[in-house]
Design a protein around this ligand. Structure first.
Ligand code: TRP
Length: 450
């Protein structure tokens, strides 16, 4: 017998869960280093523009598809496209992206838990520079038992929440995890801002250097806005499918986007004062988290505690994202096949763990195994972030703008909503029909060939 479809118990539950999907390693790790590499405040400004002209309208489009059809991505496209095989395949691409992203996202997430444990054990307490931290990182990440152990632990954590379903599992978890996450960020922001020399970092974040901006900056900001909102693969669609039709959708979307943006900005505010206070340069790239930060805490009063909080924060942010990734897959299998959520959760968890093993070993035993000069881990990330997600985003906009069509979409958008001025609806139409598909196509081409 098919299980009855679950729904969010409350509006705030939905907003926190969707914001939880959006808030992830992308906000806390990628965003600050992109700001660092691209001229500080000027990048932030471009990023905000991208969020408004592409992030917001596509998020609205994606959630609307799910809310209207009340189904998983494949089921939703099937219903709204009148069974078109092409659009069903677009839904399928989302499920595939879920598998691929989870397989490598879990590894970094696992490292974050591993770093909580290592921080408590005192592994970093006597190091003083990034080179030493880099060596420790090298050792840990290339150790198969360490990396696979924490990866397995992370998969189990995600499974233990998905297992209980939408309102009992995901929503309850989001209501606890998101406030804790926000509290941790505030603690770390206050610590960073009260360090001597923090002003330099603050100025860097506030004063725009427009000479650092070019077309490439714009494409990077757009890609980040898109990734950060978890768009293009049906995660938001799936969360939207558990939303009742009497909620004011545009209003909820605004709240999700604002929360996600605030957390990215707070992450910047947490990093830069601390980094400048130590006389370090902001352009440290992805190595920032595992190489630059661990020793940095040693020169901060009570730094050991803040280091634990910081890696816990990362792990929580990652967890609320892996939950939404896994829910896409779970929703599909429970709805399309007659298998219980619990069975699916177990099977999917085991499969994702196995799928992640080659990526996990990319930092050790399999580091020499490359294709097109990329390790398994890098290939998975490239395939998902640079191909599946942008393609999904372009197709979702085209679907709502042209295939399903605005005449049908807008009345559904207004279900449960206040009156929205026609001008806003017209702007949304232009953004979804033209601006989003064209701009995301630029990012797509740039990432493939640039
Ligand atoms: N938004 C997540 C982050 O910022 C990453 C992400 C991209 C994601 N696509 C997703 C998370 C889909 C969940 C579902 O880290």
């Amino acid at each position: 017998m098919k299980e009855i479809r679950d729904q969010w118990g409350s509006k705030i539950g939905f907003i926190l869960a969707a914001a939880g999907s959006a808030v992830g390693l992308g906000n806390i790790w990628k965003f600050p280093y992109m700001v660092g590499e691209n001229g500080g405040a000027a990048f932030i400004l471009v990023y905000l523009i991208c969020v408004v002209i592409v992030g917001l309208p596509v998020l609205l489009a994606e959630i609307l598809i799910g809310r209207t059809a009340q189904k998983n991505p494949i089921g939703s496209f099937r219903e709204l496209s009148n069974q078109s095989p092409f659009w069903i395949a677009v839904g399928g691409m989302g499920i595939l992206a879920g598998f691929v992203i989870l397989s490598y996202y879990n590894i970094i997430a696992g490292w974050c838990i591993g770093y909580v444990v290592e921080s408590i054990k005192g592994t970093f307490s006597s190091i003083s520079n990034p080179a030493q931290a880099g060596e420790i990182f090298q050792q840990l990440s290339s150790s198969a038992p360490w990396t696979l152990g924490f990866q397995a632990l992370f998969v189990l954590l995600t499974m233990s929440i998905i297992y209980f379903g939408v309102s009992y599992g995901i929503e309850k978890a989001a209501k606890v995890l998101m406030p804790v996450l926000i509290t941790f960020i505030f603690i770390l922001v206050i610590r960073g801002l009260t360090l001597p020399g923090a002003e330099t970092g603050l100025i860097y974040l506030i004063k725009p250097d427009f000479s650092a901006i070019d077309g490439k900056t714009f494409l990077m900001a757009l890609g980040q806005a898109f990734f950060s909102l978890s768009l293009g693969m049906g995660a938001m669609l799936t969360y939207g499918s558990y939303l009742s039709k009497d909620e004011d959708l545009p209003k909820s979307i605004f709240q999700i986007v604002i929360l996600n943006t605030k957390i990215s900005l707070l992450a910047g505010l947490m990093f830069f004062p601390a980094i400048f206070a130590q006389g370090l340069e902001p352009q440290q790239g992805p190595a920032l988290i595992f190489n630059v930060l661990p020793p940095l805490f040693n020169s901060i009063p009570a730094g050991g505690i803040f280091r634990v909080i910081f890696f816990l924060l990362l792990a929580l942010a990652a967890l609320t994202s892996t939950i939404s990734l896994m829910e896409v897959i779970t929703a599909y299998f429970t709805e399309e096949y007659d298998i219980s959520r619990r069975k699916i959760t177990t099977l999917v968890g085991i499969f994702i763990f196995l799928l992640g093993i080659p990526s996990a070993l990319s930092f050790g035993a399999l580091s020499d195994l490359t294709l097109f000069g990329k390790t398994f881990f890098e290939l998975s990330d490239f395939f998902a972030s640079n191909i599946l997600l942008p393609l999904g985003g372009i197709l979702i906009s085209i679907f709502v703008g042209w295939k399903w069509g605005m005449e049908k979409a807008v009345p559904h958008l207004l279900d449960g909503a206040n009156e929205y001025p026609t001008i806003l609806l017209n702007i949304w139409e232009i953004l979804v029909k033209f601006v989003a598909p064209v701009l995301i196509s630029f990012v797509f081409i740039y990432k493939l060939f640039g």
